[in-house]
Design a protein. Structure first.
Length: 103
């Protein structure tokens, strides 16, 4: 196993991967960092945990669309997928909004 030091949204992480897979892991980190930074910079989502959830939903939608041509998102355009993600974001905001006073 190899350890790789990375940063995601300015936060340091040490990740492990198999030898020879460092470049792939670094690409994944760069992609995730870009997605999370774009959500943060959009200004509508606050909190790293919420940003991570929204990014994860987006990545899951991309994966489902790419992996399963007949999957649940196969008949949607990317704009429609984005609308679905925005709707999920609204639901999460409503559900988690009352919890902000706890943090």
């Amino acid at each position: 196993m190899t350890q790789l030091s990375v940063q995601i949204m300015g936060q340091p992480y040490t990740l492990s991967c198999k030898a020879g897979e460092e470049a792939t892991l670094q690409q994944a980190v760069t992609y995730l960092d870009g997605k999370m930074s774009a959500i943060r910079d959009g200004g509508k989502v606050r909190g790293n945990d919420r940003i991570a959830v929204i990014a994860a939903l987006g990545l899951a939608a991309e994966l489902l669309s790419a992996k399963a041509p007949d999957g649940p998102l196969s008949d949607l355009t990317m704009a429609e997928v984005q609308q679905e993600i925005t709707a999920m974001h609204t639901v999460l905001d409503d559900a988690l909004g009352s919890q902000e006073v706890l943090f």
